[in-house]
Design a binder for this molecule. Sequence first.
Ligand code: PMP
Length: 379
Amino acid sequence: MIPGPIEFEPEVMQEMAVPTPSHVDPNFIEVFGHALELMKEVWFCPSGQAFVVAGTGTLAMDIAGSNLIEAGENALVISTGYFGERYADLLKRYGAKVDILKAPSGQIVPMELVEAQLKKKNYKLMTFTHVDTSTAVLNDAKSLGALGRKYDVLTILDGVCSVAGEEIRQEEWGIDVVLTASQKAIGVPPGLALLVASPKAINAFKARETAVSNYYCDWTNWLPIMKAYEDRKPSYFGTPAVNLIMALETSLKLILKEGMENRFKRHLQTGKAFRSAIKALGLAMIPIDESVCSNTLSAPYFPEGVKGNELLGNISKEGVIVAGGLLSDIKGKYFRVGHMGSVNRSDLLATIGAIETGLKQCNYSFEPGIGLRAVQNIF
Ligand code: PMP
């Protein structure tokens, strides 16, 4: 129950065990081309360009950043925690002049403040984290996309902890790059950097005055490869992660079989059920209210008088693995529980059951079963 790597479907894992075909095998070309097409459906971006590159979510951030910014250009980072700071560091490496709008922990930056900043200065691009995995705060992606459009600023959404879980409609919302990694709600073992770029982002890349200074990330190398696979033609720049891409195609098919609307609704319900159990147990959470709570993970504070390490140890003895805190100034004060991908009602009941047992062993006072009842009530 950590926020990634999540648990993967058996059909997906089977693809990892298939003898690895050549990356120019006609069957593999078909699978890769199809995966690129399916990504555009999951991202709701029919006119976008999908990229799949071996690497992690940080590489996806690097690909978007290095191709879209040039030295001396202005970038605005909307930070809701750990991964916003990472984007600011990354853009500075490419010589960007970076301003950061930082939300207080548990909150988002109000849209009026973002708009005021966009009015003040000309930015080439703006980045924001959809769900910050360190705080479980959900950003207002739709409004940020609209602001990007209004002020003609390229927008990059870090969706590592949201794509295929939280609602995203890339094209309709006007977001230029939506990026993620394979190991979260996409449901594939770690190792793939995934993103879809809008035609506007591709045009901005083509209009660059300087070469992309990161060789592996450069779209000059990858764009012809992605187009070739989409056209079902062999090509090569760097050897693709063949089994992971086969697993990706399988997972995307499963996601689309469930249907995106059903998937969004299911994650909403799962998030709500988990939060209502945590509240019933009397624990506070980092996001200050429901409007900024993500549905892919939650971040509850340890209750007063309960030692965090002891509680996490007790939960783990019950066979449930959750994650510790990540945000440096409050790291030891909270824990994180992922509830994305295939997580179902039984998983939630097992998790809340383990949390209740763990709390009891820490002599925390509550009505036993109250969290379990809250989950049942939502379902
Ligand atoms: N952004 C967010 C929101 C994340 O949650 C993560 C990983 N937890 C990353 C970026 C970086 O991804 P990776 O660890 O795959 O490099």
